[in-house]
Design a binder for this molecule. Sequence first.
Ligand code: ATP
Ligand code: MG
Length: 269
Amino acid sequence: MEALLEIDNIEVVYNKAVQVLRGLSLRVPEGAIVALLGSNGAGKSTTLKSVSGLLTLEDGEVTAGEVRFRGQDVKGIPPEKLVRNGLFHVMEGRRVFEDLTVEENLIAATYALSGRKPSLSDSYELVYNYFPRLKERRKQLAGYLSGGEQQMLALGRALIAQPDLIMLDEPSLGLAPLLVEEIFTIVARINREQGTAILLVEQNAAVSLAIASYGYIMENGKIVIDGPTEKLTANEDVQEFYLGVGGAEGETRSYRDIKHYKRRKRWLS
Ligand SMILES: Nc1ncnc2c1ncn2[C@@H]1O[C@H](COP(=O)(O)OP(=O)(O)OP(=O)(O)O)[C@@H](O)[C@H]1O
Ligand SMILES: [Mg+2]
């Protein structure tokens, strides 16, 4: 069956010189939460940018393969048109307008939506229902929000557009564990209650796999392992290198160094 988002064997090159994606494929079915995991520099953000059309702003190009949203090739479709079609990309690093208030940030997110624009007051309520803290702070400048609140606002900006697919780039980055849990719980609720599909890009495998139904792990520009969450979490390599099972507290990060080689060897052999 055709999935909502289909990335089919894409290759991406920056500056006509540096190849970053090397035949990457993944699918996000309608209404699903799919996790895309991988360490620094694996190409996760590049993958999202090649879907949303932001790649061209960075002199990047999809040189092979195809990305389809609702069966339609996204090539050449401007990013704002994709937003109108129901695809919203929440970029890495909580991009909000710091000099605008919370509410103005939400309004700004609806500008791209002419034709599809939901009633504004209903949409505010929708956002504030999931993020009561944003309601309390709606007249405050976004620049004064805490990191967690800014991440909530970035999510709120996606939600107000009422998309069918939200691509979330590392929402846990730099946030305390409790806050990460709070935000991921809300993401799962949005998915469940609004039917919004989520493509969740993360380095934090444990929290992502806790809410996703399917996961992909990428390394060096391509997927090295994928499967339904239960299967992935039962996989020994995934446990050892991404979930830190069996290791001492805080050892999860060691997959970046010594174990890196061992893992690659096992997966690729
Ligand atoms: N605009 C660019 N021009 C040239 N190279 C780039 C550009 N953006 C990213 N890269 C390179 O592409 C590779 C993948 O980067 P990308 O940001 O997609 O990784 P990532 O998996 O999102 O990493 P992180 O977890 O650190 O966010 C890196 O080697 C990076 O240096
Ligand atoms: Mg990234």
